[in-house]
Design a protein around this ligand. Sequence first.
Ligand SMILES: [Zn+2]
Ligand SMILES: [Zn+2]
Ligand SMILES: [Zn+2]
Length: 104
Amino acid sequence: MAGCAHLDQVLVTELPESVPGCEDCLAEGTEWLHLRICLRCGHVGCCDNSPARHATRHFESTGHPLIRSLERGEEWSWCFVDELGMMLPEGTGSTRIPPSPLMP
Ligand SMILES: [Zn+2]
Ligand SMILES: [Zn+2]
Ligand SMILES: [Zn+2]
């Protein structure tokens, strides 16, 4: 299996204590389902099951390749370039997140 060659782009090594939600959804008034954080710049976006798919759009506009899930109990990361899921030692800790506006 080919590895991810973008690990040197991981600059966020500690997850924030809490986030208010998807920052682009909060700015645009859209709703998110699951939250992902960019491991390069700390941008918080929403998953591909969210209507606005801000995590993917952040990758498309910035080229930042790696995200990590902020969902409780989810520790995986994802490289958009390699389309590869992995567990990284970086991004430790857990983040308090608000409930999704799309969840009942
Ligand atoms: Zn990669
Ligand atoms: Zn969003
Ligand atoms: Zn980023």
